[in-house]
Design a protein around this ligand. Sequence first.
Ligand SMILES: Cc1ncc(COP(=O)(O)O)c(C=O)c1O
Length: 934
Amino acid sequence: MQETSQSESSYTVPETAYTALGFYHKISQLRADTWNALKRDLGILVKLNDESRAKNLIKAIDVKLTRLEIIEDYHAFPSKEDFRHLWSLFDRDEYVLLEKVVKRLVRALISESYRRRHVDLSDSDANAEDLETLDALAQLRRGHPASNSAAQPYFELLIVDNLSPQEEEVVREAFRNMRRPEDKFVYDVVTVRSFEDALIAVLVNPNIQACLIRYEFPYKSKYNLSALRNYLEGLSEKELENQTEAERSILLSSMIHELRPEIDQFLVTSGDVEATASRDIRYFNRIFYRETDYIEQHHTILRAIDNRYRTPFFDALREYSKKPTGVFHAMPISRGKSVTRSHWAGQMIDFYGINIFLAETSATSGGLDSLLQPYGPIKKAQEYAARAFGARQSFFVTNGTSTANKIVVQALVKPRDIVLVDRDCHKSHHYGMVLAGAHVSYLDSYPLHDYSMYGAVPLHDIKKTLLGYKRSGQLHKVKMLLLTNCTFDGVVYNVRRVMEECLAIKPDLVFLWDEAWFAFASFNPTYRPRTAMNAARTLRERYRSDKYREEYAAWKAEFDELDPDDDATWLERRLMPDPDQVRIRAYATHSTHKTLTSLRQGSMIHVFDQDYRQKVEAPFHEAYMTHTSTSPNYQIVASLDVGRMQAEMEGFELVHAQVEAALSLREQLYSHPLLQKYFRVLKNKDMVPAEYRESGVESYYDPVTGWNKMEEAWARDEFVVDPSRITIAIGATGVDGDTFKNEFLMNKYGIQINKTSRNTVLFMTNIGTTRGSIAYLLDVLIKLAKEFDNLWEDSSRPERKIIENRVHSLTQELPPLPDFSRFHDAFRPDAESATPEGDIRRAYFLSYDEENTEYLRFDNGELQGQMRAGRDVVSASFVIPYPPGFPVLVPGQVVSEGILHFLQALDVTEIHGYRPELGLLVFTEEALSEPPDS
Ligand SMILES: Cc1ncc(COP(=O)(O)O)c(C=O)c1O
């Protein structure tokens, strides 16, 4: 049957739906699919005898060629010259030859042979054709494109200049003639003629790594570029038409930088070079005066690319591994010594190869840098990481973000500082609070009761909490706001807005954004503005500008007219921070290993803190020392270095492909009748309530216009959903999330996922997800849907009743998610205060003395009885059910009816901190009545 076929064609692009560049999110799939379809059409045409069918096919071929010409206008291969050749064959009805040429072209695109050598499509020699076939074969044998490991990596240089086709060929040839075998990289040239075309080129062509902006070019493209709508907002065409050459070039460079900050940009000007140089030309690496200075330009471009391509620590480690060394150090495995001659452990070498052992070393064995006190290649590698992620400082962490989080908290928070924390954050934060002795003020995320999961913390609630501290005269004690962005389920904050408004209440508030799941976001223009580092940099620039001062003065005059004692004054309006007081202090922690290339546990801390040098550097160092092993794993450090390089070179392409794959999966799940019966993908509207969706966008997808709504929602809404994380509600299957994950996906089909709720499963795509893996997943889901269909059909009446009951339970009987109740007064620094913070550390350590705690069971009504009798039952430990994986109770928290109800209704087997045969560990009433200092 059609549904079960696992072929890629099961999700080929519906032709009518795609309006070429309007579908920029799926542009590379569209490109590949259209070339393949063209090849197929031509293959049929050359064998066809039926004239009227042939006529229709020729029309379809014309449409495809036209569409492809638009896309290929922004790529170096096939070139414009190549396209002229294709059209001339088409116009002369030479379909047999056209088919041959298209076949070669498709093969060259698939094998990526154009990256390694010049592919001349006008050469009809059979040998040339064979070359493509051989390349494709070689690639198949290797299992990956040869360019990945080629001696000379390939990239494309974008030239923006209003050139005629002939001039264009001259420039292209001139750069080609610069190539030398000893060059580290090889590149080809793409030329565009207008401002808009330059932007579209950097969006659709990930091969572009450098851009040369030359002389006068018009603003408008000859194409209708709807994909640019969101990027061009606020630009008036009239104004642009009146700009000088220099102004327009500078504006273009800033916009290219916004889309793809990694691209190296150069300006060629014929005008007054000194006057241009005195303007704000920060996004240009260099200005050239004469356009014909090709040698200089060539070398400058190669040097710039090399600056990103370098991997200082990985290189140093490889060099080290080649040196002969005698090991008289506590590392028997170094250089493979303990295993190469082993009678028993040799399989380790067989499995890993020798290099991993040759590279085993330590800071104290000399030769390489020290992670604890970097001065050489690690320091350099960290500086490059800061550049890549837009941070001022970056630090590598070899024990995951669990450790990165604790380092940041310890570096910034003193005992008794108040920290606002989202309650369903990762457990490392709760433990970090215990270690730091922070007074914790928990914030509740909005609940998604129907799916047993949380969203994120509304800005209104954060402001309200801060306002409470302001009104009680304790705002000075509030040090940090700690939030998870994005959440495990993919809910993403409007980071800039949160920082802006919180800073208006507390101008020196420190932000720790746990971006464990979001390292990849820095490499996509839609995601990037919602990262901590990007928001911090943008705000820093905004607040130091005169324009902001004016805006602020106007806002303040209006604000001062209002009643400051009325909460609505603060909560119902958008607040603006005072530019004379505000300090931008943002930290982000990344599990690089979760979303980019890195060995497990490779994480990074990124810093954008105006006060770092003055106030944080020393405590940060101490905190780093506290949590970092004196024997850090250098393979992890090297992988972080390579991961950074890869992200800077091809992060844009990889993230784009990831999103593309996820959108394909979503599209199928939205539209396939059998899949829809059992699996419902949660859309933006399902995970973000309407009040947080100012744009009104319910789903990024529309069957006719495609995925065009995503940018709109991401630009405006308080929360958005990351479409690359796909949550599917499976209640209709009658199987709970945990069982579905283990018994259906893992045991039957070897599909791994790592997050479920009672009635949902989360499929995460990543930069390694291929179209093939999406096709496999779809195939599995279709098979499972059929199994559920068969099960129902073959069941007896009582069996059907059982299934119905299960479905009902999973879709209708969901225990409401409990809010954080409160800290018991015994753990509140000021029991009289209306503010909610608690001394979690005191509660945590109070439980170390056995006589302070007892167990109370709730399955036999014992605990409920005590509560009814008026006792405040207070947890003495963390209680963390998996799923959902956040603590429903923390030490010092009062057990509420809601929490008990939730715990009773949970049908998971894994609840950390709770032993059913004993009950909950709670504080005795005596322990709670002891004064805090005893
Ligand atoms: C939000 C969040 N922060 C931190 C971590 C810990 O990261 P790591 O596994 O790198 O220690 C996780 C792990 O799942 C997480 O989900």
